[in-house]
Structure formats: C-alpha cells, structure tokens
Design a protein around this ligand. Structure first.
Ligand code: FAD
Length: 405
C-alpha cells in the first residue's frame, strides 16, 4: 500500500521544519526604525534578534536610495532630536558625506546659534557605506541579524492580547521566534495587520518616485525623479497604496522605464556614464500605520506631552517641534507588540508626512527599544523608568529641556 494513500488532493505534504529560537525581543524589519529599536534594546542587555527580508540593513534609506538624513533641528537653531537619531546621522557620514555636511552643528568653532539658524542639521550619506556601518554597529552590540527572513505567521495567546511567537521564512529555513516583546518595524505595520489589530491607511495614495544613482564624468549623483510630495499632483496618475504586490510591481517597472529615459538624456553607457545603483525596494512613503492609543496631529506643535519619549521637528518648514507620546507606539488591544518608524500612530496625512522621515524613525525606534526592553505589557510599563533611561542617554523629551536657544 502506498504511504501516500491518506493524502488527499490539496493537502500539504511537505513544509520546512521550524527551528525554534528564544529571545527577549524580536524586531521585524531592519530599516532605520528597526536598526534603532534593536540597538536601543540591546544596549539594555537584552537578547535581541532583528529579522530583515532583504540582505542589507537600512530599508528605504539604503535599499530605497533615500539618502538624505533630514534635520535633527527645528530650523531656528535648536537641535530637538538626540540619542540614536544623532548617533546614526553621525555614523552615516563617518567615512565622508555626499554633500550637505552639517558643519555648523559638528564643528565646534562654528557652533553658535546664528550660524545654526541658517543651516539645518541634516546630511546626505552614501547608502552602501551606511548600511554596512549599521550592520557592524548592531553586531558589536550583540544583536543577532537574520537576513532574507520574512514574517509568515504569528501565534497569539489564548486571551488574544499577546504575541507568543512569529514564524519567519527564508529561502532555506523556517524559524519560530519566541520572544517576550515584539517590535514591528516593517514600515507597513505588517505584524499588527497579521495580528488582526485595527490599522489606518493614508487618505492619499503614494506619488511615483524613481530615485537612482548615476555616474557621469566621475560624479556619483543621486537623481530624484518623481514627485517630492506624497500626493500626486497631476490627474493622469492615481498613485499607489504600497500594499498590493501587483501594483507595486507595476510601479517598480514603470520607475525603471522613467530611470532609463532619464539616464539616456545624458548619453549612452560608457566608462564615464552609467547607472550606478537602482533602488531594490519600492519607494513607498506611507502605506499603513497602527491605530495607537494616542494620535498626535499638526496642532500639537510645541505642546507639552507628559509621556514624551523624544522630540522631532518638521522637515517641511522651520519652527514646528513635536513631543512623541509613548502611546503612539502601541495599540490598546495587544500587550507586547509595538511599532516604530513610518507606521507609528498619528492623525492625518500631513502629520504622517512629518513623522515618516529618517530622524523621526530613529527617535521612535530608540523609544520602542526601551519600551520593549522594560516591559512586555506596554500599557502598564514604567513610564518614568523609560524616560530616565532615555534622558540618561542624552535624549531630550520636552521643548523646555532645551537650553541652547
Ligand atoms: C521617494 C521617497 C523619498 C523620501 N525622502 C526622504 C528624505 O529625503 N529624507 C528622509 O529622511 N526620509 C525620506 N523618505 C522617508 C524615509 O526614507 C522612510 O520613511 C524611512 O526611511 C522609513 O524607515 P522605516 O524603518 O520606518 O521603514 P523602511 O525603511 O520601510 O524599513 C522597513 C524594513 O522592513 C523590511 N520588511 C518589510 N516587511 C517585512 C517583513 N514582512 N518581514 C521582514 N522584513 C520586512 C523591509 O525590507 C525594510 O528593510 C522618503 C521616502 C520615499 C519613498
């Protein structure tokens, strides 16, 4: 008798054997938010794993060729974002910058307010160098990285309020990652979505972007093809959600067409002219965010937030400064899952546009790392303890803490 006699059409007859691994904290997604969260938690002595679906850290900032580290300052001479946000900015240019070196902020002889008022604390970095430096930094801090790993399943407890484990699939293996706390840094709130938590979509779809690097007569240059805004301004294009793989594929193919057209405007391929780098992930600004316990909006500019875990400015204009409430990192229905990066909870696309950028992803990442390290029931986490850890690292929580103005 055949051993397959009990198998019916459509049955699963083979699958990977899952390797079980245990950690204190599992971070899913290795963009700027994931890097910051993993580093932050590891520095508190936690056993941290970072699962990244590609084979390079940095997400949009490196694989997506978004190589402008937007400002840590408010445009009026005040630095507002500190801690890992500043550390990563400095790391990104530690082997040289691609322009916009923030000398007024980094050279002591230029460090005075009047100079800083005219020069924002931002930089342009090389994506490949930065990705390698981030990887080295995480390894030095004891973070275990699993590349090529995409989350495929999630297990909840019987009360359906806690994540017990996530399953990861690579080309060669399957893992069940068991952890006390989980941090969703996928950019798309994918872990929350998989859990079945309420999530929020942007009101507007994403505008096209086709950023690439060109080498021309010895110059290696970022070409920013596409709309600067998150909203597409012409009627013939309807934008993409970022959550539909067929649509993403069409968008990527169309961006390739725009890139080759743009490239050929400067002549054909030669030793002096080439496409140096293409983005290897879709350039999506906003796709899905969590519906957190708190959602700040643009009117919260300069508002005192008692539960602040860091501050950030607006990259779009000089002046606005926001304090980030810890409650924007988690939702009311799940105890031990939080988020960081472009999926934190805010109100309105205009606020989302402010919070989705690199420095804010680092600020929320550092805070999420501390939150996940000190508690696995976030609603009752020791806020004062979390704030003390952050301020001990040099993070400023409130506008009133800033004296250099
Ligand atoms: C066209 C464009 C221009 C921009 N311009 C700027 C700019 O000039 N300056 C600036 O500061 N910001 C800019 N931004 C925004 C900024 O780059 C990103 O929002 C920010 O880098 C997001 O970081 P993140 O870590 O939250 O998410 P991401 O960078 O999206 O990282 C998410 C990571 O998670 C991984 N991942 C996703 N799903 C899974 C899964 N299921 N399992 C495992 N891993 C997963 C991804 O591979 C990725 O590495 C721009 C964005 C775009 C699209």
């Amino acid at each position: 008798m055949s051993v397959l006699s009990d198998v019916h059409e459509g049955d699963i007859v083979s699958s990977y054997i899952k390797k079980q691994k245990n950690y204190d904290i599992a971070v899913i997604g290795g963009g700027i938010a994931g890097i910051s969260a993993a580093l932050s938690a590891a520095r508190l002595g936690k056993k941290v794993v970072l699962a990244e679906s590609s084979y390079i850290l940095g997400g949009l900032a490196t694989s997506g060729l978004v190589t402008i580290y937007l400002p840590l300052c408010d445009g009026l001479g005040r630095q507002v974002s500190f801690g890992i946000a500043e550390e990563l900015l400095k790391l990104s240019i530690s082997y040289g910058s691609e322009g916009d070196y923030p000398s007024a902020w980094l050279n002591s002889d230029e460090c005075n307010v009047s100079v800083r008022k005219n020069s924002r604390y931002l930089t342009r970095f090389n994506p490949h160098v930065f990705a390698i430096l981030c990887e080295k930094l995480l390894l030095e801090n004891g973070v275990e990285i699993i590349f090529g790993a995409k989350i495929s399943e999630l297990k909840k407890n019987s009360d359906r309020d806690t994540v017990l484990s996530v399953s990861l699939l690579t080309n060669t293996d399957a893992y069940e990652i068991i952890a006390d706390s989980f941090i969703d840094c996928t950019g798309d709130a994918s872990v929350f979505y998989l859990f079945g938590a309420e999530t929020v979509l942007p009101e507007h779809k994403n505008a096209d972007a086709a950023w690439y690097y060109e080498v021309k007569e010895g110059e290696f240059k970022l070409k920013q093809i596409g709309n600067c805004s998150y909203i597409y301004s012409t009627s013939e294009y309807h934008g993409i959600s970022g959550l539909d793989s067929e649509e993403n594929t069409l968008e990527v193919i169309s961006s390739h067409a725009r890139i080759i057209d743009d490239f050929l405007k400067n002549g054909k391929v030669s030793q002096n002219h080439a496409i140096a780098t293409l983005p290897t992930i879709p350039q999506i600004r906003m796709s899905r965010m969590i519906k957190g316990v708190c959602r700040i909006n643009k009117n919260d500019d300069k508002k005192y937030v008692q539960s602040s875990v860091g501050m950030f400015s607006s990259w779009l204009e000089k002046g606005p400064v926001f304090e980030l409430p810890i409650e924007s990192l988690y939702c009311s229905s799940i105890k031990n899952l939080c988020t960081a990066g472009r999926s934190i909870s805010v109100e309105g696309d205009d606020m989302w546009d402010i919070t989705r950028v690199i420095p804010v992803c680092a600020v929320s990442g550092e805070a999420a790392g501390v939150l996940a390290a000190v508690s696995s029931d976030f609603k009752i986490a020791d806020l004062k303890g979390i704030q003390n850890i952050l301020t001990g690292r040099g993070v400023k929580l409130h506008l009133s803490d800033i004296t250099n103005f």
